[in-house]
Every structure is written in C-alpha cells, then in structure tokens.
Design a protein around this ligand. Structure first.
Ligand code: FES
Length: 168
C-alpha cells in the first residue's frame, strides 16, 4: 500500500492529504481510458441502433392531402397496367390496388374469412384468398368460398400519373 494512503488510513486525512488521495484515486490510466472509449462507443452505437427504427416508425410516409387528410402516394400509375394489381401497405396494413375496367380501385387485402392475405389472379381477373379458396370480384364482392363479407374498399385517387390512397 502507498505510504501516504497507509498514513491516512491510520490517522485520518488532512485537507492536503485528502487532495492527494483524490488524485491517487483519479489516476487516468491507459486501460481506464480505453475502457471509457469502448463503453462510450458501445453506448453511442446502441443509441444510434435504437434511434433508426424509432425514426423509421415515427416518420410518416409521403402524405400529400391538401386539406389535412391522410392521403398517401403508394405507386406510379405506370407500375399498374390495365388488368393488373399491386399490393401496397397503408399504415402497415396490406392493400390491393387494381387497375380494372378503366379505373383504379383499392381494397383491404385482408380476407374477411380468417384474415389471410388475398392475391390478384391475373389470369382469372379476380381476387383470390389462397387459404380456403375464397374469391372476390373486382369490386371486392364475394364470388365464392367462405368469406362472409366483401373486402372493405379503400379510397383511391390517381393524379398526375400517381396513385394515392386515403382521403385528401
Ligand atoms: S381466410 Fe380467406 S377464405 Fe379463409
């Protein structure tokens, strides 16, 4: 043990000895410095790692409603040729956007039977639920199978070659 520390341990510390003790305890060794850098770096990386998903979650998709609405651009019309469909997400829920009969329509892609995700059948031009062979027409109405209700329609608009979901 350091003699000064030993002395202080036996006799108590004067003000100057307290100062010396404080200095002895606050020695800045390379190991300690390296440890501080490693811990600091790890905490910074952890903070950045946590911030990225939070920012991604909080950041709203492109919303363009002029009247305070929640209209979201989901596609370019060029990506949706006549007779085709696109699956997109609106507030993390799947939506099927169709270009049929000269207009664009959108429906929830969650089957009204047991919640499977429906698909567009290009060949048959209908919406198909693969889980129990439920079928919906291009208006979201049930054609056959167990679904008890139509697919809910989602407001959709096309402007300047862009497809928007939601209300303006
Ligand atoms: S979940 Fe779609 S038909 Fe059953």
């Amino acid at each position: 043990m350091n003699k000064k520390v030993e002395h202080v341990a036996k006799n108590g510390a004067s003000d100057s000895e307290e100062e010396i003790l404080r200095e002895l305890l606050e020695v800045d060794t390379p190991r300690r410095r390296a440890l501080e850098v490693i811990i600091g770096g790890a905490l910074a990386a952890l903070g950045v790692g946590m911030a990225i998903p939070v920012v991604g979650y909080v950041r709203a998709p492109e919303r363009t409603g002029e009247h305070g609405g929640t209209r979201v651009q989901v596609a370019e019309l060029a990506e949706l040729p006549p007779g085709s469909a696109l699956k997109v997400a609106l507030d993390d829920r799947p939506v099927l956007v169709l270009n049929v009969d000269g207009e664009v329509r959108a429906f929830s892609a969650i089957c009204t039977h047991l919640g499977c995700i429906v698909l567009w059948d290009d060949t048959g031009q209908f919406i198909h639920c693969p889980c129990h062979d439920g079928r919906f027409d291009t208006n979201g109405q049930v054609i056959s199978g167990p679904p008890p209700a139509p697919l809910p329609a989602i407001p959709v608009a096309v402007e300047d070659g862009r497809v928007y979901l939601g209300r303006a």
